[in-house]
Design a protein around this ligand. Structure first.
Ligand code: NAG
Ligand code: NAG
Length: 390
C-alpha cells in the first residue's frame, strides 16, 4: 500500500515536472517566434582558435568570415574615416535576436601599438559567444555585443612589421635617422600619422586624443617625439574620430564598456575605472569598485594573485582617454580599463604567452559581465550564500 502510494506520488511529481518544462523551457532551447535562432553550437574547448598574433588582414579575414557564416546574428561595420595608412577600424556587432533590443556591451582593444594580443582576445571572445554552447546563456543571449578588435591598425602593423630589428631607445631612434634603418623603437604606444613628410618624429597617442578634458593632466603638451603626444588638437587622429562617431551613435545602447589594454609590467595587472583625468570620484564610484572587485575575485590569475582594482587616476592622471570620453560624454554607466600582463614585443611564435594573455582578458571581461548581472540581481538567486544563475 505504502509502496503504491510512493509510486503514485513520484508519477505525479514527474507529471508536473514535465508540464513545467513545457511551459517554461530552458532558454537555450526556446523556439521563439521573435527571431531568436537555434544556433549550431558546440563546445570550443580550451585551445585557442587564433594561435598566432593576428595582424590587420588576419583580423579582417576572421571578421568577414563570421559575418558571412552567420549573417543573421553578425554585422560587420567599417568605421570611417580610415586611418592615415588607409585601414578601416572594424566593428563586429553580435545580436542573438534581431527583434528585441538588449543591453549593449562594448569591447575595444589595441588602441596601443604594442597590445598585439588584444585583437586575439576579442576575436576569441566573439568565437566563443557565437559558437560555444557554454557561452550562450547568460552571455550571448542576454546582451547585444559591439566588438572593436583593433583600434589602432596602423600602429599594430608598424610594430609587427619591425619586430625582428634590434630595439633602440625611443629618443635615439627618433633622432638618428641612420640608426633607424636597422633598428626599431624599443616601445611604441602610438599610431603613425605625420604632420609633414619632413618631420622626423611621427605618431599620435590615440588614447590621449579624445576631447574630454584633453591635456588637463599636463602643463605643457608633450612633443611630437613623445610616446604620449596627444595630437595637435582633440580628435586630430582619424582613429579617435572614427571611434568617436561610432560610440556617439551607439549612445546609451551601451551599458557596459571594457577597453582591453595591456600592462607591460610583469606582476602588475590592473582593473581600472574612470576618472583617469582627475582624482575626483565618478558618481557611481562604489558600484564600479564593487563590480570590479567581484570580477577580480572571480577571475583570479593563474598564479593566485588577483587584479588590482581601483580608480585609474590613483596611478597618475591621464587625460584624453576613450574610457573617460565614454563616461563623461557618451554617458556609459560602467566603464573599465583592463590591463593583463603583456610583454613588449613578445616572441612572435610564442603561443604560450599569447594564450595566457587571451585567457586572462576573456575571463576578466566575462567576470565583469557577471559582476554587473549580480549587481542588478538580473536572473540570479542566492542559495545558502551562493549565487545561482538561471
Ligand atoms: C583605401 O582603401 C579603399 C578600400 O580598401 C580603396 O578603395 C581606396 O582606393 C584606398 N584609398 C587610397 C587613397 O589608397
Ligand atoms: C647614429 O647611429 C649610427 C649607427 O647606429 C652611429 O654610428 C652614429 O654615431 C649615430 N649618430 C649620432 C649623432 O648619434
Amino acid at each position: 500500500m505504502l509502496l503504491q502510494f510512493k509510486l503514485y506520488l513520484i508519477a505525479v511529481l514527474y507529471f508536473f515536472g514535465a508540464l513545467f518544462m513545457i511551459f517554461f523551457p530552458p532558454r537555450n532551447f526556446k523556439l521563439s517566434g521573435s527571431g531568436a535562432k537555434i544556433r549550431m553550437s558546440r563546445s570550443v574547448g580550451h585551445g585557442l582558435k587564433y594561435e598566432k598574433y593576428v595582424d590587420y588582414s588576419d583580423m579582417v579575414t576572421a571578421a568577414e568570415r563570421m559575418a558571412r557564416d552567420d549573417p543573421g546574428v553578425v554585422r560587420l561595420v567599417r568605421l570611417k574615416p580610415p586611418t592615415a595608412e588607409n585601414r578601416s577600424i572594424i566593428a563586429l556587432e553580435l545580436h542573438s535576436d534581431k527583434q528585441s533590443k538588449k543591453p549593449g556591451i562594448l569591447i575595444m582593444g589595441a588602441l596601443n601599438g604594442m597590445a598585439w594580443g588584444s585583437p586575439n582576445a576579442i576575436l576569441e571572445l566573439a568565437e566563443k559567444l557565437l559558437y560555444d554552447s557554454s557561452y550562450q546563456t547568460p552571455f550571448f543571449n542576454d546582451y547585444d555585443w559591439y566588438l572593436i578588435p583593433m583600434g589602432n591598425p596602423d600602429g599594430i602593423h608598424f610594430t609587427q612589421a619591425q619586430r625582428d630589428l634590434q630595439p633602440l631607445n625611443v629618443q635615439e631612434w627618433s633622432q638618428n635617422l641612420t640608426a633607424r634603418r636597422r633598428s626599431r623603437p624599443a616601445e611604441w604606444h602610438k599610431n603613425v600619422d605625420r604632420a609633414s613628410e619632413s618631420d622626423s618624429c611621427f605618431g599620435t597617442n590615440i588614447n590621449r586624443n579624445f576631447a574630454f578634458h584633453w591635456q588637463d593632466d599636463v602643463k605643457k603638451t608633450p612633443g611630437r617625439c613623445s610616446q604620449w603626444f596627444p595630437g595637435v588638437e582633440p580628435f586630430s587622429t582619424h582613429e579617435a574620430q572614427a571611434l568617436r562617431k561610432y560610440v556617439d551613435r551607439l549612445g546609451d545602447t551601451i551599458e557596459l564598456a571594457v577597453h582591453i589594454h595591456a600592462s607591460f609590467e610583469p606582476k602588475k595587472e590592473l582593473l581600472l575605472y574612470p576618472w583617469r583625468y582627475s582624482k575626483r570620484h565618478p558618481s557611481n564610484y562604489h558600484a564600479l569598485q564593487d563590480i570590479g572587485e567581484y570580477a577580480a575575485r572571480l577571475s583570479r590569475l593563474p598564479d593566485g594573485r588577483i587584479y588590482e582594482v581601483h580608480q585609474s587616476s590613483n596611478d597618475g592622471r591621464v587625460a584624453g582617454s576613450i574610457t573617460d570620453y565614454l563616461t563623461g560624454v557618451v554617458g556609459t554607466e560602467l566603464v573599465y580599463l583592463l590591463k593583463p600582463y603583456h610583454r613588449k614585443y613578445p616572441i612572435y611564435t610564442d603561443s604560450k604567452h599569447l594564450k595566457a594573455y587571451v585567457e586572462k582578458a576573456i575571463s576578466a571581461t566575462l567576470s565583469l559581465v557577471r559582476g554587473w548581472r549580480r549587481s542588478t540581481n538580473q536572473n540570479t538567486l542566492t542559495f545558502f550564500g551562493k549565487d545561482v544563475e538561471f
